[in-house]
Design a binder for this molecule. Sequence first.
Ligand SMILES: Nc1ncnc2c1ncn2[C@@H]1O[C@H](COP(=O)(O)OP(=O)(O)OP(=O)(O)O)[C@@H](O)[C@H]1O
Length: 490
Amino acid sequence: VFPPELRFAVLKLFKRLFNCSSYCYFDITEIDGVNTNELYNAVQLYLSSSASITGSRLSLTRALNSSSTTFGLSNNDSLVDTFNGVSVLWEHVVTQRQSQTFSWRPLPEEKRGFTLRIKKGDKHLILNSYLDYITEKANDIRRKNQERFLYTNSRGGSLDSRGHPWESVPFKHPSTFDTLAMDPTTKKEIMDDLRDFSNGQTFYQKTGRAWKRGYLLYGPPGTGKSSMIAAMANFLGYDVYDLELTEVHTNSELRKLLMKTSSKSIIVIEDIDCSINLGNRKKSNSGGRQGYDGTPHEMRGGGGAGAGEDGVNSITLSGLLNFTDGLWSCCGSERIFVFTTNHIEKLDPALLRSGRMDMHIFMSYCTFPALKILLQNYLGFSEPDMGLQIMEEIEAVIDKAQMTPADISEVLIKNRRHKDKALSELLEALRNMAERRKKENWRSAREKNSTEVEEEEQEKRALENPKQGCDEEFEESCKKEEEDDEEKLN
Ligand SMILES: Nc1ncnc2c1ncn2[C@@H]1O[C@H](COP(=O)(O)OP(=O)(O)OP(=O)(O)O)[C@@H](O)[C@H]1O
């Protein structure tokens, strides 16, 4: 007759009334104010794997695309765990959130939490060490499972059923630093830098710096920027937050998203030049550019629908920099920011200034050392194969061809069962491409030349007929004055 929530609440009340003298209770809620409570996640993971646990009813879950099954406590069920000879009781408390509850943002329909019951006499003996043990165990489990997630911000800033603004799927990108074709020295530098960063807790504490690092990956499409991010995540065992800026409409939305990211994560903004109008600076009267002044930057391509001129409703470059640099960037630790762009020349110098992005990494067209890595991975090449005559011919042409690793991979995949055919097709593709590049360079040089000649001729004409030039200038200045007057009148 009684609904389960009521039954549970009455039972809980009774239990507390009768046990109040001998037990104490600790509530670990899923959402702590605005932040996800990491202890809740740790307890959930710990309970899902602890062999010492005995429970009669467990819930089994397997995330979409995940290979592992986890079990946990069913809603409003309890189980006993033992630590250092002391028995404790865990209850998983799930209640419906009251719809009339006032909140500044939509909250999940269900309120979840764990309640830990410990005998009062045992509290001082185990509480702290038990919670430390659980956190450590949960981290071990995560590392062992290599379970990492790829998060993306939900469309239009909506929240999922658990009140998270990020949607997640298990992250299983196979790219590693071994599979990444790039200059070995740069690769080693990046790996050392990442290693130093993840082992650098004491250093960052000692120097008073936020434990975060920024990388800017730039280069033509298909040179491996996304693959590099995946390799970084796999190398460090971090989660990836793929931040779709066009779905974020205000700086405060951006801040909230950042607050909901966990530590040991890589926050990625791909194609930064397309996501936010970074070229927007104060224009002088003549239309020329002035330095960055923090004025609002509207979203490009309609992504910032509803973005207002006053900056209330739009992402600004300063907002983005606060996000990576300012106080807000420190609301978590051990975080890496990665921006990618195909057009570094379009980026605002404010983003490129030293201290903003710690490392600028150029992802170049395929070089010969990078090609060797692709050949090893795709065709199983070994050292003796590298001495083949055709390799010399390839080496001679590869830089001129300016082919991306993505294009070269395509040729190799197609012929992966026939090494010789793969190499000869590759050489042919490289030669064709080198020829095309030569023609393109020649054409653009010719265009440049003809523009220069035209300009020279114009100058010559102006010198020969100075009056005409003066008249034109005079006319131009009159026109400008008229325009200025009109503007003032308006
Ligand atoms: N440096 C590389 N090493 C190994 N594989 C690569 C490399 N670059 C590209 N590839 C291959 O090409 C595919 C596309 O590369 P990727 O998406 O990483 O390039 P990108 O630079 O991020 O391109 P875009 O700028 O278009 O997003 C990858 O799946 C990978 O197989």
